[in-house]
Design a protein around this ligand. Sequence first.
Ligand code: NAI
Length: 412
Amino acid sequence: MSKLSLSKEKIKVVLLEGVHPLAEESFRKDGYNNITYLKGTPEKEELKTLLSDAHILGIRSRTHITQDVLDACDKLMAIGTFCIGTNQINLEYARNKGIPVFNAPFSNTRSVAELVLAEIIFLMRGIPQKNAAAHRGQWQKTAESSFEIRGKKLGIVGFGHIGSQLGVIAESLGMKVYFYDIENKLPMGNAKNTESLNELLAKVDVLSLHVPSTAATKDMIGKQQLDKMRQGSYLINAARGDVVVIEDLIDALDSGKIKGAALDVFPQEPSSNNDPFISQLKEYDQVIITPHIGGSTLEAQVNIANEVSNKLMKYSNNGTTSSAVNFPQVSLPEIAGKQSRVMHIHKNKPGMLEQVNRIFSKHDMNITALHLQTEGEIGYVIMDVDCNEVDDLKTELKSIDGTLRVRVLHGS
Ligand code: NAI
């Protein structure tokens, strides 16, 4: 346990966009009571006023934290996005103001893996087309082109959090799992890796994509790759919309090379539920189309609320920045007994640590632990000292040229 130099009751937490109520509950349980919880997000000027005295901010994807908003937040200490993406925030500017940003990149791993597993079964049974036909009054009772997944070969491109979890659950239903990843990944279960993407394409009955959107994965599956796949195989993309060339997939569906597909992500997605979904794929009964909901489950929302609020509280309570997306990452132990923890966030330039050290020596303080991490233009140094009287030291540290922020926590 640690005591904050600014007591928890005084730390203003602002939670916007109706983040899961568990987030507010977690803060309150930990002693943070100065919480503003809003269902929506205010207009920019109102947002600036609301955040002018806030210390911790939680948002989802619709609140844009731009440079001028950040400039209006003098006290802001940390931001959490209760979602996966962080591009609604000017991350670099936040970093250069000493504000770490946290998100929840892996809270919905299981949700995506489960959806994909269901899609494999549906595609191999021809359910999308039979379902569509039944809705039009046609009864397609036949076993033709209808297969069990047991014993079939699943190919996974990108064996990260989602890919590897999918592999494990698909294997438990009797599938043979193969994967391709640019990194050396340890196989899980009996999954086997392939030397190349081409080898994987030629081997499997169903191909499922779980790579991030990068220059190397853009248009990763186009005509050339689809041609290499087995006749009558299936394709699933729940990764990112730019990984598959849609026109080439349509040609492969037309020729029967690809018997069915499931897509959760698209090159152009409607920006809201009120905008229409425009895609030629709508004409294809054998394609399962879902509106980018692979990770959208209530369980994932709960995981996100827990993960992000814990990261924010951990930073506030003991300075830990592990998994911050824009900040030097440091994982810190609890503050022991009568010690204090002094955290100095500064511009990453030569001589900073020396100046910090000089001030500690001047105050004759015994440093029991020191952590330093730099990223880009900023440095984060944390020192534990055997002393509770650090007010003068704090003032002097603040006066070092290039200091962005100084925080002090006390052990209890
Ligand atoms: P991860 O980072 O754990 O795994 C990605 C894997 O892809 C890594 O193992 C990486 O080495 C590999 N990889 C990267 N570039 C590659 C390349 N060129 N060729 C082969 N492998 C490559 O990510 P995670 O959590 O498994 O997510 C995977 C994808 O799923 C991401 O694009 C993410 O945005 C997407 N996603 C989609 C959701 C949805 O709602 N449909 C929800 C959550 C994630």
